[in-house]
Design a protein around this ligand. Sequence first.
Ligand code: SF4
Length: 354
Amino acid sequence: MSEGRLLREYVKRLAQRIGRPVRLMEVCGTHTVSIFRHGIRAMLPEGVDLLSGPGCPVCVTSIEDIDWAIAFCKQVGGVIATFGDMMKVPGSDMNFFQARAEGADIRFVYSPVDALNIAVEEPDKEVVFFATGFETTSPTVAAVLKRALDERVGNFYIYSVHKLVPPALKALVEDKEVRVDGFILPGHVSTIIGSRGYEFLARQYKLPGVITGFSPEEIMQGIAMLLEQILQGRAEIEIQYKKVVRPEGNPQALRLLEDVFTLADSYWRGIGMIPQSGLEPAEQYSEHDAKQAFRLEFTSKPEPRGCSCGEVLRGVKKPTDCPLFRKVCTPERPVGACMVSTEGSCAAYYKYSY
Ligand code: SF4
């Protein structure tokens, strides 16, 4: 029997022995895509349900943040540099592509270094890097911010919408509507924060978690490890992805984050304000903090009526439960942010025809 079939059989037996429905949540967009691409849901026995959490940075970037960037271009006449997957995220009235068509100087870049280079090459322009992403991305942005300060690139700023995964998990488990028996924890984020960042889940909330790799075998193994814990009544944070993740994470990257950023409350689209779940430039980098440098006037609108992104991101609803799914909201014309990024749950459900 192949390794894959053996694992499937093992998962089935564990589920039978548990004898009740089990809900596991993956909190990483890359896991969401891999689970869909490899048809892992269909391989699971009845009673084991997979939910997608808020692990797609594009999906959780707020309308106000998109509006700020567009207002910056219009009111200051500066450049917004951003990753390509932000371009279609809906703001109150338009997305970045539409703003660009109206003359806003919004450029997509592959790394924050590209944004810094624009600032160096065009010293007469104010250049803001629209900094999205979780703990995987923020150390690179921290390094670039340090470089901007050292090299005195005075026209370079970051608009930080960086978010942290553990505070979001804490908010989820404290949400009475959310029912989860265990977490498939993100592989990439955990290379930075290690397993220690999630210990509170096991200690405080008695919930198991397994940091898992991205191949179908690794995901199935992660699920098996979670089911073993549930069957044995254990709640621990285990590492399936041992070839990459260490309990202590990456101390150098963590030190860099601590030097350059400070913790701040952050607004997660569809979820709301989560205390201490964001990163803002620390005091010594304040001259490169776009939020402090540019005070803009603009008004934002609420989320589009009928969009269920908030419930989808909390695992309370599946995208197919949203009345707009596929009928009104598609990847070509996304209504909510979960349909924009390839890592968004709605986009994944749409693409893989669930
Ligand atoms: S299908 Fe569209 S409108 Fe519905 S929750 Fe997903 S992104 Fe929002």
